[in-house]
Ligand binder design. Sequence first.
Ligand SMILES: Nc1ncnc2c1ncn2[C@@H]1O[C@H](COP(=O)(O)OP(=O)(O)OP(=O)(O)O)[C@@H](O)[C@H]1O
Ligand SMILES: Cc1cn([C@H]2C[C@H](O)[C@@H](COP(=O)(O)O)O2)c(=O)[nH]c1=O
Length: 210
Amino acid sequence: MVYKGKFITFEGPEGAGKTTVISKLFDFLKEEGWSVIITREPGGIRIAEKIRGIILDNEHVEMDAKTEALLYAAARRQHLVEKIIPALDKGFIVLCDRFIDSSLAYQGHARGLGIDEVLSINEFAIGNTIPDLTVFFDIDPEEGLARIAKNSDREKNRLDEEGMQFHRDVYNGYKELIHRYPDRIVVTDASLSQLQVIENVSEIISSRLI
Ligand SMILES: Nc1ncnc2c1ncn2[C@@H]1O[C@H](COP(=O)(O)OP(=O)(O)OP(=O)(O)O)[C@@H](O)[C@H]1O
Ligand SMILES: Cc1cn([C@H]2C[C@H](O)[C@@H](COP(=O)(O)O)O2)c(=O)[nH]c1=O
């Protein structure tokens, strides 16, 4: 689907630095005179934030993998129609912290549901609204988790609590997606300093979209 605005998503393992960079990028783009919004998945709007609470609640250990995949897709559908598409229609740049590739890497690959199977329920949810550009924050999953562990403000959710093998599988799932969608997904080295990552991501956005 072609919209007036641009849809940019940010992906990566836990603690890769996406949220930190998106907020700086927002300031940078605003200063350059762009109309821009930040949003996140799962969440971004009231219903999807409620679904987020259900999915990520540490007490919901009995959640079935397909239930989890469907809840992410349901939250995504509502987020898309209520917030993302209206903003794109108005010509905004939408910066979204995680989107469909998280489902493909976490539920499709790491949970073992299959990337194509999870893609098909997501195609039902989002139709043909695919990101114009996806930036993958490349970091060793252990390093990302170590960053989170250092941050006492960040509560660990049900997905963070998964074992190291799960997080390595997520990372390998992303590697498969990078191979599958070479035109859409651009990789940035997220192990560098915050300043360097911000500079590199700004450069990617400027050269690819603006
Ligand atoms: N380049 C960096 N070098 C070192 N620490 C960083 C860097 N970028 C972010 N951090 C720190 O790492 C932690 C995780 O960062 P952030 O919340 O931005 O990651 P995230 O990708 O959004 O994580 P998640 O998806 O798990 O919520 C924060 O404490 C942040 O200050
Ligand atoms: C969108 C989406 C997310 N996840 C996982 C990834 C993270 O573990 C959490 C979200 O927490 P964050 O601090 O906001 O990154 O949910 C997923 O498994 N599948 C998805 O589609």
